[in-house]
Write a protein that binds this ligand. Structure first.
Ligand code: NAD
Length: 518
């Protein structure tokens, strides 16, 4: 194997010790952590709590109060009051500069408490430090990008035009008012930032509903938002289960817009609920990413690079590669190099030095992945690496071994997103055949072509039925370019992290003004 290939390795942990501030935050003086509504910590009328734990050790980190129907209603009221204010002092009336100042103050506080937020990501989210640190940088990048967009955005009245004799017309763009962000567990910090900054900077008051598996980062950000000086009710945090708290949010007509990130099934369900009372929605959902490797690619180099992407957050990354189509002339070498890459992954506790493959988030995911591994074989996949349960000495977590299968055209053994270091590899006879197989999926989040011939790569990549089309890279994001899905992976909405994202959080009205008739 070439030196260049061996240097490519999976995201890796360094030892991480939780700071005292994190432990104290979790302990909360012996009381469960409340939701944050109107600037106050709230226990919730249902008096129901749930525990959030470290998936790699099963240590219970914190007890959290679940928000129900009453708290959703109260948070909508608090956010509505904060939006309108009294005598013109509502959030909708604040200047862009004031919104940016508060957003950047929040970023500074996140920087100050970086270790606490990293602990949320590493301990509650089960992530290795190398990835968690990269995620953390997204808070500042996202805030700075959307401050720039907000400063240049065309809000309010457009230029008027004469629409008829004595009648002028113009458009009027304004924030929705109260918007909710429903967040999944795999990238809690990043996805909270991606929702929070464009929604706030466009003038909305927000309700953040973190996933029940990872509520800590949003609750900590809610606390920092108060310290930053956001007026009460502008940022509210509602922890709880999807079918309780999330469902109540979807059912509340006072929530004018929902930004949902999560699985397609849940996104479809929420959309149907929202449709009943006219709440608008944007959705960023799951994927089952494909990579096409052409005959001119170096099989060992590319196998390791794709392996690194596949194993990003142990395969729990929405846009990553789980289906590979490789030219048959290099397929054996490619499969062998991927086998070596995956077999060498260091399975371990995510906060221990050297870990590259940690525990999956919860027991449901653990059993789902095992089930998917069995089904892949039943459907005709040929195991190169069998998967199965992994043991980590001294730890009681949800550990699994990586799984790799050889398949062939016509065998449909990887139809749905499997959130782990899990890949099927299909030798193919032509790029056109690969493209047709790659596009034969209801998902459409991210796909890539790997070749030395960049022009050919671009021409093939443009033909993917995916929101993110890549040549010689994968899991790509950049502020200013839309990150969204096609098929069941996304929409409506313009994706995240671009100008359209900002405008998704606004509505446009047409205003007509006629002279008074006489
Ligand atoms: P999920 O759909 O189970 O849950 C996502 C969120 O929805 C959670 O906060 C959950 O509590 C809430 N929810 C669940 N049922 C609900 C209901 N009936 N009403 C309202 N809210 C409800 O997804 P998950 O398992 O937490 O996350 C993993 C999924 O998210 C994967 O499919 C992954 O690909 C996808 N994802 C997509 C992106 C993207 O940008 N496209 C990013 C990250 C994750």
């Amino acid at each position: 194997m070439s030196t260049a290939a061996t240097e490519i390795r999976a995201f890796t942990a360094v030892t991480f010790d939780s700071p005292t501030k994190f432990t104290e935050f979790c302990k909360n003086g012996g009381k469960p952590l409340g939701g944050i509504i109107g600037g106050r910590s709230v226990k919730g009328m249902m008096n129901v709590t749930f525990e959030t734990s470290d998936p790699g050790s099963l240590e219970i980190l914190a007890t959290v109060c679940e928000m129900g129907h009453a708290e959703v209603a109260n948070s909508v009221d608090a956010a509505t009051r904060a939006f309108h204010g009294t005598a013109g002092n509502g959030w909708k009336n604040t200047t862009i500069e004031e919104r940016c100042r508060l957003a950047m103050r929040l970023v500074e506080l996140c920087d100050r408490d970086r270790d606490v937020l990293l602990a949320c990501e590493i301990r509650d989210g089960g992530k290795v430090s190398e990835l968690a640190e990269g995620d953390f940088t997204q808070i500042r990048e996202c805030a700075e990008y959307f401050c720039r967009v907000a400063r240049n955005a065309q809000m309010g009245e457009s230029e008027a035009c004469q629409v008829a004799i004595g009648i002028k017309g113009y458009s009027f763009r304004e924030p929705w008012g109260v918007v909710a962000g429903i967040i999944p567990w795999n990238y809690p910090l990043v996805l909270t930032a991606w929702f929070m900054f464009p929604a706030l900077l466009s003038g909305n008051c927000i309700l953040i509903k973190p996933a029940e598996d990872t509520p800590l980062s949003a609750l900590y950000i809610g606390k920092l938002a108060e310290e930053a000086g956001f007026p009460p009710g502008v940022i509210n945090v509602l922890p709880g289960r999807g079918e309780i708290t999330g469902q109540c949010l979807a059912e509340h007509p006072g929530v004018r817009f929902i930004s949902f990130t999560g699985s397609p099934g849940v996104g479809q369900w929420i959309m149907r609920t929202c449709d009943q009372h006219g709440t608008r929605m944007k959705r960023e959902m799951g994927g089952n990413g494909a990579a096409i490797v052409l005959a001119d690619a170096d099989p060992e180099l590319v196998a390791r690079m794709i392996g690194r992407y596949t194993n990003q957050h142990f395969g729990q990354t929405c846009c990553t590669v789980h289906r590979v189509f490789v030219d048959k002339t290099i397929a054996d070498d490619f499969i062998e190099a991927q086998r070596v890459f995956f077999s060498e992954l260091k399975i371990g506790y995510q906060a221990d030095a050297g870990t590259q493959l940690g525990a999956v988030v919860n027991s449901t995911q653990h059993s789902r992945i095992l089930q998917a591994q069995r089904e892949t074989i039943d459907r005709g996949g040929e195991a190169v690496l069998n998967g199965g349960i992994a043991q980590v000495e001294g730890r009681e977590g949800y550990y699994l071994k990586p799984a790799l299968y050889r398949t062939r055209p016509g065998i449909d053994c990887n139809p749905a997103e499997v959130f782990h270091a899990f890949t099927t590899i299909c030798p193919i006879g032509s790029a056109e055949q690969a493209l047709q197989l790659a596009n034969n999926s209801p998902y459409g989040l991210g796909a890539s072509v790997w070749t030395k011939d960049i022009q050919r790569g671009v021409s093939l990549a443009k033909q993917f039925r995916d929101g993110t089309c890549q040549v010689n890279c994968h899991n790509s994001i950049a502020y200013g370019l839309p990150y969204g899905g096609q098929g069941i992976s996304g929409g409506p909405g313009g994706g995240v992290n671009c100008e359209e994202t900002f405008y998704d959080y606004t509505q446009v009205k047409a205003i007509y003004v006629a002279e008074y008739p006489n």
